[in-house]
Design a protein around this ligand. Structure first.
Ligand code: XBP
Length: 259
């Protein structure tokens, strides 16, 4: 079955947004609220097991003696911190950039050139997605995608398949006519639960995570070395191409225990 659409995750796939973006913005929000909490690079890596910034905060507060003990108050604080974090995140993207990962731009261009449809399948907030995409592709970035599904659009965030099911519905495609690009165990689980084949580009935080069920897994779209299944010409310079993705999709050998 030919691939008719590429479904892009955002955080960790389009850009390394977590360590130098969301984490830093959370810390600025804590500071702005007069809280002494700071999330280290390592601690944030552990917290990424929880998808969703507000949900991540609620999870972390359960282990903090100085967090509000009354559920309503804790919820209110999490909402205020998350709102502030998103504003700091947008400011960070505007001022510092958060570059696209290598190989992303060329693959986006190849999809457009060949008329392959594309969707954004993320469970981050719409404002964060917009900040990143606006910065890299301009105010009308969304016109380059046939479907855009974000955190606000889903009943449950990843690893729930809702985000993928909604994208398939909007595209009016079956799962096997699409190919997702993901970086995290939760993202792979979401795609697989929707029967969407998935290619994994490992990101900083999930460099060593065990990821099952991908059609291919490798260190990033910017390089040809280190992929399983191996790419032809792995020593050639240049990124993973659209033809490589199409080839993996056609072969559809599910990897297992590529940890
Ligand atoms: C990424 C997330 C998000 C971001 C922060 O989702 O888990 O929570 O870390 O964004 P995905 P918000 O699995 O789609 O990459 O604060 O907007 O939640």
């Amino acid at each position: 079955m030919p691939v008719k659409a590429i479904l892009w995750d955002v955080d960790g796939v389009l850009a390394e947004t977590e360590r130098d973006g969301h984490r830093v913005a959370f810390n600025r929000a804590f500071e702005a609220h007069g809280l002494s909490w700071r999330w280290s690079v390592e601690h944030y890596g552990e917290l990424l097991a929880v998808t969703g910034g507000r949900e991540r905060l609620m999870h972390d507060m359960r282990n903090r003696a100085d967090a509000p003990q009354v559920a309503d108050e804790r919820d209110k604080l999490a909402r205020a911190l998350h709102k502030a974090k998103n504003q700091f995140y947008a400011e960070l993207v505007r001022t510092q950039g958060l570059p696209l990962r290598e190989g992303v731009q060329s693959l986006l261009q190849a999809c457009r050139k060949r008329g392959l449809r594309m969707a954004v399948t993320t469970t981050t907030s719409r404002s964060n997605l917009d900040a990143l995409m606006h910065h890299h592709f301009g105010a009308d970035w969304a016109t380059g995608f046939d479907a855009v599904v974000c955190g606000e659009d889903v009943a449950q965030k990843k690893p729930d398949p809702d985000v993928y099911l909604q994208a398939l519905k909007q595209l009016d495609l079956g799962p096997l006519e699409t190919l997702a690009i993901e970086d995290s165990p939760g993202g792979v689980a979401a795609a697989r639960a929707a029967h969407v084949p998935v290619v994994v580009t490992r990101s900083i935080y999930f460099a060593n995570a065990t990821l099952d069920g991908a059609v291919a897994i490798g260190p990033g779209l910017g390089q040809r070395q280190g992929w399983r299944p191996a790419l032809p010409d792995p020593d050639a310079p240049g990124p993973v191409t659209l033809d490589d993705l199409i080839d993996w999709h056609q072969r559809m050998e599910l990897t297992s225990q590529f940890g």
